[in-house]
Design a protein around this ligand. Structure first.
Ligand code: ATP
Ligand code: MG
Length: 362
């Protein structure tokens, strides 16, 4: 069986550098590797509504933003199907069946959901839909019989939950579902890119993001005010690179060629780090270098975005086609699931024949 990718993002804002290094960059590489038979990229509007139920307009407006970001980063609609979650109602039905295979105690143990509940200050008022979104995510992954989920490390508990559901389903109903694997970035700075404020994760909900579509001027402003080492006050002071997000970003984005081009007095990031640690290197110089690296990466993405922005109807066409392909695929899986769960009554002529014979013989 060929390999299949399912991955996606919530339309709660434009995509940022965390999405890029955590998943998007890898998706484009995998798409162009030719190693995957099918690729599904989902704009998870139904999941976004689980904590934005009172703000449907936000979700609606951000679908096009996420689609534009995908296309401008190099997602190619002739190779990857971009679709909108709620346009594939089969996913909701699958999630409903999976709910019987997961306990409340198991949901309570999910560390990503736990920290998101704290971040959103839900207290005891957690919407049931939000609480159970790992189950809905399992249905998104399994509906496409995905083997591979490229994502950041906050998604590990979701893929683990999916694997458990697959095991349980297959052991009760027969071998129908495919067990997925998460594909994490190999560079550890990319598994969870911190925010510009130094907080553990760059996240739309925390407002600490550099967006892929930020202008050069915004990018410069954000980089120049990034969190560094609060004790590195004078240039000659020794600086700390742990938890200093300018260096974490350089870990994620820079390579030797960048030094040759923008900072030739250093040959590598290790050399730059060593100088910072022993003192004598100011934050501004490092930040200017980071700005140059990011600007070079983001400029072509911005340019491509501008082109797609001139053809919004065309982008909706791409989404519509993606939804049609996704729906057909999910419907196929759902047929297999219904058959395995013995809820395909009208299809089962044997059931009807046996029962009519039994009653006739009475
Ligand atoms: P929200 O705040 O609405 O949850 P988000 O910024 O966390 O938004 P998601 O849409 O939840 O973004 O995440 C989509 C994908 O991007 C996931 O695969 C996730 O692992 C990855 N991702 C998001 N933020 C980061 C980050 N800071 N570092 C690495 N990967 C990330
Ligand atoms: Mg998130």
């Amino acid at each position: 069986m060929g390999k299949v990718i399912l991955t996606g993002d919530r339309p709660t804002g434009k995509l940022h550098l965390g999405h890029y290094v955590g998943s998007l960059r890898q998706r484009v590489e995998l798409q162009n590797s030719g190693l995957f038979e099918k690729i599904f990229i989902m704009i998870a509007d139904a999941q976004a509504l689980t904590d934005n139920a009172d703000n449907p307009e936000k979700v609606r407006q951000n679908i096009i933003e996420v689609a534009l970001d995908y296309l401008s980063c190099g997602i190619d609609p002739t190779k990857s199907n971009i679709f909108i979650q709620s346009m594939v109602p089969e996913l909701t039905e699958l999630a409903f069946y999976y709910m019987n295979l997961v306990t409340v105690a198991r949901l309570e143990r999910n560390p990503t959901v736990k920290s998101e509940i704290v971040m959103r200050e839900f207290g005891k008022s957690i919407p049931v839909g939000f609480y159970t979104y790992p189950i809905s995510q399992a249905s998104d992954i399994t509906a496409f019989r995905a083997t591979t989920v490229p994502a950041g490390d906050d998604q590990e508990p979701m893929v683990e939950q999916t694997r458990e559901i697959v095991h349980k389903f297959n052991s009760i109903y027969g071998p129908v579902l495919v067990e997925p694997e998460i594909l994490l970035p190999t560079n550890s700075a990319c598994k969870r890119l911190p925010g510009t404020d130094g907080k553990a994760k760059m996240s739309k909900s925390l407002g600490n993001c550099i967006y892929l579509s930020d202008s050069s001027a915004d990018l410069r402003k954000k980089v120049m005010s990034m969190y560094t080492d609060p004790n590195h006050i004078r240039i000659e002071d020794p600086g700390c690179i742990e938890g200093n997000c300018v260096f974490t970003y350089l870990d994620a984005f820079s390579c030797c060629e960048h030094f040759a081009e923008f900072l030739p007095e250093y040959s590598s990031l290790d050399e730059l780090k060593a100088h910072y640690q022993r003192g004598g290197l100011g934050d501004v110089k490092v930040k200017k270098f980071l700005y140059a690296v990011l600007e070079q990466m983001l400029e072509p993405i911005r340019q491509r975005r501008k082109e797609y922005e001139q053809d919004i109807e065309g982008v909706y066409e791409i989404l519509k086609k993606g939804c049609d392909v996704a729906r057909a695929e999910a419907a196929e899986t759902l047929n297999l699931v219904r058959r395995a769960m013995k809820i395909n009554y009208f299809e089962d002529s044997e059931l009807i024949r046996q029962q009519s014979e039994m009653y006739r013989a009475k």
